[in-house]
Ligand binder design. Structure first.
Ligand SMILES: Cc1ncc(COP(=O)(O)O)c(C=O)c1O
Length: 405
């Protein structure tokens, strides 16, 4: 570990050898499910696709014959910009021409934004570093890899409030940082940064000249209060949206994970440069899909219904799990992140739940890099509450019966 290390930071210059789902398949390959299987591993929304999607696709079908512009349609950018303005009270300050770019879902944008940051910032300090939380969404590692940067994974465990501790970051490390993947609401823990924390992340980015790549794809899946956002914090600080890009999509907000439409919004100078690169390299977003997205961002009714459905499932989870786990409901997202250390940790419990109860969950260790002393996900399992409430209730009751013995 080099001298500018943040305490409890894990470092890597290579990609994880396999994705968490492949590792899980190996882990349980020798077992048979003890009951009819319930799969609670993948964060794939299963609520209904909104009604307005099919008619819009039918109306705009002819546009599938056309090559879309990399910058997106005016209709797309206006709808996204208006939504961001309403959601984060931006006072019309976001540049609707240059400050918004369509993406093929957030994942590809997250991957390639670090490369965009490296080229845009042209930092001389070497080697470039990319920061991210640990546990983390695996694409951040791909982003660091593509950008040829050292990946520095910052402990985001119970001890740090499940968000990276900004105090531990040394100036030397920050000086050579090109991008900080900051996930809020975080997957898997479901915590969200408050406005002050976002401001501090942005202050660091401006002082040390790096890009905040804010992964906000769970921003609309919350329990009570809408989480603060990076654009909101940048607006509150002044200096426009410099050093900040918010990445979001329709996958979670509108149950449209298969549509593959998202956006990047924020720093117009960065997005200009990145759009030039994307104009050479990236797949554009089809115009009929942009038309669907424009309608989706103009509508809140389906998002409110979505939250109602998730909240009902979290109510069931809290009722069933309280005797074993106490409070389990995170402020946002649709995952349970359960500390199962007293049953032997995430790997052990995953095997047991599959072989005894037919319930497939993900070991938390597979979502994290090994840290300085331990893996911050090792004590946990992640459970996606994406199925209907009856299935969730059945699966969680089995979990309680299995672990409660
Ligand atoms: C934290 C996080 N970020 C980004 C994504 C990617 O979402 P999409 O590419 O569908 O927008 C996911 C998907 O599960 C996620 O959990």
């Amino acid at each position: 570990m080099s001298s500018d290390a943040a305490p409890k930071a894990a470092r890597s210059s290579s990609l994880p050898s396999a994705n968490p789902f492949e590792r899980l398949a190996e882990l349980i390959a020798d077992l048979t499910p003890g009951m009819d299987p319930v799969v609670m591993t993948i964060g794939e929304p299963r609520h209904a696709v909104p009604d307005f999607v099919a008619p819009i696709l039918a109306r705009s079908i002819g546009d599938f014959s056309r090559y879309p512009n990399i910058r997106g349609t005016d209709g797309f950018r206006t709808a996204v910009g208006a939504w961001l303005d309403r959601r984060y009270r931006l006072g019309g300050m976001l540049d609707m021409g240059r400050g918004i770019l369509p993406l093929n879902g957030s994942r590809e944008g997250l991957t390639f934004a670090a490369l965009g940051a490296r080229d845009y910032l042209a930092k001389v300090a070497a080697p470039p570093a990319v920061l991210m939380p640990n546990p983390f969404y695996q694409t951040y590692a791909a982003g660091a890899h593509v950008a040829g940067a050292e990946l520095v994974a910052l402990d985001a465990s119970a001890g740090t409030g499940f968000l990276p501790d900004l105090e531990t970051l040394s100036p030397d490390l920050l000086d050579r940082t090109i991008a900080f993947y900051y996930a809020s609401p975080a997957n898997p823990q479901g915590v969200a940064a408050d406005l002050e924390t976002w401001k501090e992340v942005i202050r660091l980015a401006r002082r040390h000249r790096f890009l905040v790549i804010a992964d906000e794809c769970y921003s609309e899946i919350y329990r009570d209060a809408p989480p603060a956002g990076v654009l909101e914090a940048a607006h509150a600080l002044g200096e426009g949206f410099a050093n900040v890009v918010s990445i979001n999509s329709l996958s979670k907000r509108s149950n449209l994970a298969g549509l593959r439409v998202g956006f990047a919004a924020g720093d117009a100078a960065f997005l200009d440069a990145w759009a030039r690169f994307r104009g050479l390299a990236a797949p554009q977003v089809s115009m009929p899909l942009q038309a669907v997205a424009a309608a989706a961002f103009a509508d809140e009714a389906h998002v409110i219904e979505n939250r109602r459905l998730y909240n009902a499932k979290f109510d069931v989870a809290q009722r069933l799990l309280a005797p074993l786990f106490g409070a389990v409901v995170p402020p946002a997202g649709f995952f349970l992140w359960l500390d199962v250390a007293r049953w032997g940790g995430g790997v052990e419990v995953t095997r047991r739940l599959w072989s005894e109860a037919g319930v497939k969950v993900l070991p938390g260790a597979y979502l994290a890099l090994d840290g300085a002393s331990s893996n911050p996900g090792a004590d946990y399992i992640r459970i996606a509450l994406v199925d209907d409430v009856t299935t969730i209730e059945r699966a969680l009751a089995r979990l309680v019966a299995t672990l409660g013995d």
